[in-house]
Design a protein around this ligand. Structure first.
Ligand code: ZN
Length: 72
């Protein structure tokens, strides 16, 4: 059992979303939870960590773009 799944999503093009919110670039599942990398509709890269435990604290990384409907 591997702790980190780094399977690249090569079968899915990392095309920017058509204004429908952030596009998911990659998803990594670890023993602690799930890390998802998102490309916002404004082009900004964002990381969201969702813990496996309901007692855990979700983490977000990445700034905000003023005026962006998704992160601003
Ligand atoms: Zn944005």
């Amino acid at each position: 059992m591997s702790l980190i799944d780094h399977t690249p999503l090569t079968d899915r093009p990392a095309a920017p979303s058509a204004g429908n919110g952030p596009a998911e670039l990659s998803r990594h599942t670890t023993a602690e939870g799930t890390t998802v990398w998102l490309r916002c509709s404004c082009g900004r890269l964002r990381m969201v960590f969702t813990p496996e435990s309901p007692l855990g604290t979700p983490l977000f990384a990445g700034g905000r773009t003023a005026g962006c409907p998704d992160c601003g």
